[in-house]
Design a protein around this ligand. Structure first.
Ligand code: SAM
Ligand code: DTB
Ligand code: SF4
Length: 329
């Protein structure tokens, strides 16, 4: 009988500890190839060395500027060029943001994340967003915004307003990026992440699984995230929510176990990061979500809406946490 089997191509010392910036696609493909039970065991080991495995972080999302986006991201309901059911709206007034943040706080969220459907913020828009950040921060919530690509100086304005996290996803492997998005480049995303880091803001960056990418592309995305030095503090892994009217409306869904393996690979390669089980949770059973937590996911989006699509009701999450003995942090 095997003791703890190793994947043939992953030497035990690399599996235990790889210095920051040093993961290879072969390493991560080898993780994917492990028998599921071994992969989950290893993910749990890493998770428990760095976190309390029964605790989970909760962020609530609010779309403060919906629709009408200039970009062509093939998955997105908010791209102006696709005929989706999402209508273009103006930037939300501050009082509505405050009401939503208060409701999120009352429900127990620790972080409030405000999203805008922009290629990047114009300076006059950024002034309004910094006012939102200051107000939400004063309410005692951690703050996060996702506004697209930043220009020189904008990250420090966000930092001055008290921003804790900036979300900017790499979304997919650099070599697959051009098949999903043509209006900006993977390198532009890396550049914005560099500006965020430089300004002293924590990085939230992850991707989407199930866009027709290969396992190698998934492994490469994980490597590109893990090799950011330092790795993002928060890593949202989204399962594609297919949006009618977008080019990805009819992509075949990824196998659930492949999604679980992706979370485990993120956990092992980014041991001290919060890995967030993000979009796609509404379509998942309680049992599949439990498997995702077992693979090392320790954060969720909390509240009945993501940006334009649905998310499980807070009551369903509470009931699931109760059944699993998970405690919010
Ligand atoms: N416009 C900004 C940007 O692109 O960074 C911020 C908002 S954008 C909607 C934030 C992220 O939402 C995307 O990077 C993508 O990872 C995720 N997302 C958007 N539509 C999605 C979908 N249909 N399924 C899963 N994730 C999605
Ligand atoms: C992230 O990685 N996922 C969130 C948040 N960051 C901004 C957005 C998910 C959007 C899902 C599709 C929608 O609701 O429009
Ligand atoms: Fe615009 Fe962001 Fe949607 Fe791309 S993902 S179309 S940049 S809102």
């Amino acid at each position: 009988m095997n003791a703890i089997p190793q994947a043939a191509t992953l030497s035990p010392d690399r599996a235990v500890s790889v210095p920051a910036g040093k993961w290879t696609v072969a390493d991560v493909e080898a993780l994917y190839q492990l028998p599921l039970m071994d992969l989950l065991f290893r993910a749990q080991q890493v998770h428990r060395e760095n976190f309390n495995a029964n605790e989970i972080q909760r962020s609530t999302l609010l779309s403060v500027k919906t629709g009408g986006c200039s970009e062509d991201c093939g998955y997105c309901s908010q791209a102006a060029r696709y005929s989706t059911s999402t209508e273009r709206e103006a930037l939300m007034p501050l009082d509505e943001v405050i009401a939503a943040a208060q409701a999120a706080k009352d429900k127990g969220a620790s972080r409030f994340c405000m999203g805008a459907a922009w290629r990047g913020p114009k300076d006059k828009d950024l002034a309004k967003v910094t006012e939102m950040i200051r107000t939400v921060k004063d309410m005692g919530l951690q703050t996060c915004v996702t506004l697209g690509m930043l220009k020189d100086g904008q990250a420090s304005e966000l930092k001055d307003a008290g921003l804790d996290y900036y979300n900017h996803n790499l979304d997919t492997d650099a070599s697959f990026y051009g098949q999903v998005i043509t209006t900006h480049k993977h390198a532009d995303r890396i550049d914005t992440l560099g500006q965020v880091r430089e300004a002293g803001i924590k990085v939230c960056s992850g991707g989407i699984i199930g866009m027709g990418e290969s396992r190698r592309n998934r492994a490469a995305l994980i490597v590109q995230l893990a090799n950011l030095n330092p790795a993002p503090e928060s890593v949202p892994i989204n399962n594609l929510v297919p949006i009618p009217g977008t080019p990805m409306a009819n992509v075949s869904p990824v196998d659930s176990f492949e999604f679980v393996r992706t979370l485990a690979a993120a956990r092992i390669t980014m041991p001290t990061s919060f890995v967030r089980l993000s979009a796609g949770r509404q379509e998942m059973s309680d049992e599949l979500q439990a498997l995702c937590f077992l693979a090392g996911a320790n954060s969720i989006f909390y509240g009945d809406k993501l940006l334009t699509t649905g998310n499980p009701e807070a009551d369903r999450d509470e009931a699931l946490f109760e059944k699993l003995g998970l405690r919010p942090i």
